[in-house]
Design a binder for this molecule. Structure first.
Ligand SMILES: [Zn+2]
Length: 62
């Protein structure tokens, strides 16, 4: 989780994309359901399989 927090700092240089409606917020690539679950669990880093950005859920639930 420390690594995750560190990566959050780089969200402004396009290294991170937010998942939007089950798709990558940057390129629109549809995220596989299994990957989506892993993103929501936030136990590991998931990358967009198309553009390579780090995928994150929006923190609307916090
Ligand atoms: Zn993407």
């Amino acid at each position: 989780m420390k690594q995750y927090a560190k990566l959050l700092k780089y969200k402004n240089n396009c290294a991170v994309a937010y998942a939007r409606n089950g798709a990558c917020g940057a390129c629109g690539f549809v995220i596989r359901p299994q990957v989506r679950i892993e993103i929501q669990q936030r136990n590991k880093i998931n990358y967009c399989e198309n553009c390579g950005r780090i995928l994150m859920e929006k923190f609307e639930d916090l």
